[in-house]
Design a protein around this ligand. Structure first.
Ligand code: CA2
Length: 143
C-alpha cells in the first residue's frame, strides 16, 4: 500500500489554540482528520506526526526514506535553523514537499531562509492549513 508521512515540527501542536490571526482556527487534529479522509479515499496509508524535538523529525524522515514514502513536512522554526533536517532529507532521498501555513516571506527576515527548500521537491506556503491538502494533491495528483 502506498504511504505518505505528514511531519510537523515544534509548536504546531498549538495550532488553533493561539495566534489565529497568523495560523487560523483549525487545530492539528482537524488537519489530520482532513488528510485521513483524502488518504482513505485513495487507499493511501497515513503516518501523521508532530514533535517539538529536532531528532524525532530527523528519525521520521529517515523512516520515510527507508519506506520509500513521500513526506509533507512543516518543520516549523527548524525550517530556518536545521542543517540536521536538511541532511536527513538529502540522505533519505525521499520526495519532500515543504509546507508552511503562513507566508513566511511576508514575515520577519529570519523566516525568509529555509534549510529545507534546497532539498525539497517543492514548496507550498501561505494558504493556511490548505497547504497540507495542496501538497497531497501535488504528490498524488487526481486531476
Ligand atoms: O507558517 C508555518 O507553517 C510555520 O512553519 C510555522 C512555524 C514558524 O516558526 C515558521 O516560521 C512558519 C511556527 C509554528 C508555531 O505554530 C503556532 C501555532 C499557534 C500558536 C503558536 C504557534
Amino acid at each position: 500500500m502506498a504511504a505518505v508521512y505528514v511531519l510537523n515540527g515544534p509548536n504546531l501542536n498549538l495550532l488553533g489554540m493561539r495566534e489565529p490571526e497568523t495560523y487560523g482556527a483549525a487545530t492539528l487534529a482537524d488537519v489530520e482528520a482532513s488528510l485521513r479522509k483524502l488518504c482513505a479515499a485513495r487507499g493511501i496509508d497515513l503516518a501523521f506526526r508532530q514533535s517539538n524535538s529536532e531528532g524525532d523529525l530527523v528519525s521520521w524522515i529517515q523512516e520515510a526514506g527507508s519506506a520509500g514514502a513521500p513526506v509533507i513536512l512543516n518543520a516549523g522554526a527548524y525550517t530556518h535553523t536545521s542543517i540536521a533536517i536538511h541532511d536527513a532529507i538529502r540522505g533519505a532521498k525521499a520526495d519532500v514537499v515543504e509546507v508552511h501555513i503562513s507566508n513566511v516571506h511576508a514575515r520577519e527576515k529570519f523566516r525568509h531562509h529555509s534549510y529545507v527548500s534546497p532539498v525539497a521537491k517543492g514548496v507550498i506556503l501561505g494558504f493556511g492549513v490548505r497547504v497540507y491538502a495542496l501538497a497531497f494533491e501535488a504528490l498524488f495528483p487526481s486531476i
